[in-house]
Design a protein around this ligand. Structure first.
Ligand SMILES: NC(=O)c1ccc[n+]([C@@H]2O[C@H](COP(=O)([O-])OP(=O)(O)OC[C@H]3O[C@@H](n4cnc5c(N)ncnc54)[C@H](OP(=O)(O)O)[C@@H]3O)[C@@H](O)[C@H]2O)c1
Length: 114
């Protein structure tokens, strides 16, 4: 009886993680700048918290010292559907460092918001 319940629970956990991994793998990649406040912050949170987990969000800001609100509001999604990075759109060097890194890792960018 106990063995059967453990087996059922293990299958349930395996199935949950498999579905989640598949959703994340087929998820859309979003790169959003200006995420320390305002529209950028709320767009990043909205996509990262999508109940269907359709997005993996790279939320960027010029100054990471201002990341507290984003990390607090999105704490349950950090390192999963919400990744915070430093990027300054007015700096070619900064953009040229972040974008190729992201494309190498994810293979694409589906959503771009600034
Ligand atoms: N809020 C509204 O209802 C609304 C409606 C229509 C239009 N808009 C317009 O949409 C834009 C964004 O509005 P918002 O409410 O999101 O504004 P916000 O909170 O003042 O700014 C959003 C982001 O813009 C970036 N930013 C601010 N000043 C900058 C500068 N000098 N150089 C580069 N980046 C800068 C910051 O990015 P970092 O995170 O990198 O610091 C900040 O997080 C504004 O132009 C606003 O006029 C807003």
């Amino acid at each position: 009886m106990l063995y059967q319940s453990i087996k059922v629970e293990l299958f349930r956990i395996f199935d949950t993680h498999k579905k989640r991994a598949m959703t994340m793998a087929s998820g859309r990649i979003a790169l959003i700048s200006g995420c320390s406040s305002g529209i950028g912050l709320y767009t990043a949170l909205l996509l990262a918290k999508d109940p269907e987990r359709r997005f993996k969000v790279y939320a960027t800001m010029r100054n990471l010292e201002k990341k507290a609100t984003l990390e607090h509001e999105g704490k349950d999604f950090l390192c999963e559907s919400l990744i915070v990075k430093q990027m300054d759109l007015s700096s070619e060097e900064s953009v040229s460092s972040v974008v190729p890194e992201l494309i190498t890792k994810e293979g694409k960018i589906d959503v771009l918001s600034k």
